[in-house]
Design a protein. Structure first.
Length: 371
């Protein structure tokens, strides 16, 4: 009995871990108990459960990250991190506890009904946190600008000349603003100082991103992706950081599905109906692809910054980039001519752009670091 496979479901929280075990076969899973979420407690538990080669452990992806996964791997224990959104749910079930969750995980894991997520290497995870930190800073900057704009609007203060906001001229005008009321002057200074502070934060983050794009482990991929129109340094680094290894996608269709750009489908019998895109998978990459797709509205050309980015890249990668420009530009206007909305046309372009990104990454000898 000790040599049978044990499927262990862990419901992980910040301080505690609920443990349930499903033995190989059809017996009902049993609840083991609650342990502390510490390496020592996890090691002690695994030693009690039996030989490492007979253990199969799973837990849901969440805010606690992948530290537990990496600990179990060092103990030579097979572990899967499960996608929470893809766990089967019973309709009508309204009771949720740590005990029930761990038992359900163990039972479904034994039945092969769970879908695991890709676990990034520590290096990939650090790069991903870097680009997401910049993304958060950009969102903070936008909010800070909105606060200052609404403050000025409330007091009917407008720049002397009409034009775009947040240009060099606009900042020069802000520098000249003075308020007679001391309270308002303090409010203005604090709002304005926050914008300047966030801009400096973004510059520091972008400088580190440039270093990683040149010297980091994904530097070849980042440089190659910049051959595509609309995919400059920040976008290329963000895509490489979010995906990690492109080798896990054997076809471009798999990559398109991973970023949620394939249409949903409702089919039964002889009827087949496709709906909106699934929007599953990595939303960060999906947003980046849609933003980049807008660049293909313009006539194909290789000049300026794009030409600089392509210098030194292989002819094959440059050929893929040129093919992408021609194909995606024609696709956009072909869809518009059929009466499609521009947003839907851009989504279709973004889906095919994902395919060209996949094609470029297949031309690179990717170095996969050890987890």
């Amino acid at each position: 009995m000790k040599d049978t496979i044990k499927y262990v479901g862990l419901d992980v929280s910040k301080e505690k871990i609920a443990v349930a075990i499903a033995d190989q076969g059809r017996d009902e899973p049993r609840y083991w108990g609650m342990i502390s979420n510490t390496p020592e407690a996890v090691k002690k538990l695994m030693k009690k459960l039996g030989n490492s080669e007979n253990l199969r452990v799973c837990y849901e992806a969440g805010p606690t990250g992948y530290a537990l996964y990496r600990l179990l791997i060092t103990l030579n224990i097979h572990c899967n991190v499960i996608a929470p959104s893809l766990i089967p749910q019973k309709p009508g079930e309204r009771i949720k506890t740590d005990r029930r969750d761990s038992i359900r995980l163990a039972k479904l894991y034994r039945a092969g009904e769970l879908t695991s997520v890709y676990v990034p290497t520590p290096e990939d995870e650090a790069l991903r946190d870097l680009v997401r930190c910049r993304e958060d800073a950009v969102e903070d900057e936008l909010r800070a600008k909105h606060r200052l704009s609404k403050f000025l609007l409330r007091y009917d203060i407008h720049p002397p000349s009409k034009g775009k906001k947040w240009t060099v001229r606009y900042y020069r005008w802000l520098d000249t603003l003075k308020f007679e009321n001391s309270k308002l002057q303090v409010v203005f200074q604090e709002y304005y100082h926050q914008i300047k502070e966030i801009k400096q934060r973004i510059l520091r983050l972008e400088e580190e991103i440039r270093i990683q794009a040149s010297d980091g482990i994904h530097a070849p991929t980042i440089q190659a992706l910049q051959a595509l129109r609309g995919v400059a340094l920040i976008t290329a680094t963000s895509i490489a950081a979010e995906i990690g290894s492109f080798k896990r996608f054997s076809t471009p269709r798999q990559f398109m599905a991973y970023v949620g750009l394939v249409p949903s489908e409702y089919s039964s019998g002889d009827s087949r109906r496709q709906g909106k895109i699934t929007k599953t998978g990595n939303r960060h990459v999906r947003r980046l692809l849609v933003e980049s797709a807008w660049s293909y509205r313009y006539q194909p050309s290789v000049k300026g910054e794009l030409q600089k980015r392509q210098n030194g890249l292989s002819p094959t990668i440059q050929a893929i980039s040129w093919k992408a420009q021609n194909r995606l530009h024609k696709k956009y206007f072909r869809l518009l001519s059929r009466g499609k909305e521009s947003g839907k046309a851009i989504t279709a372009v973004a889906r095919e752009l994902a395919g060209f990104i996949w094609a470029i990454t297949q031309e690179i000898d990717e170095v996969v670091p050890k987890a």
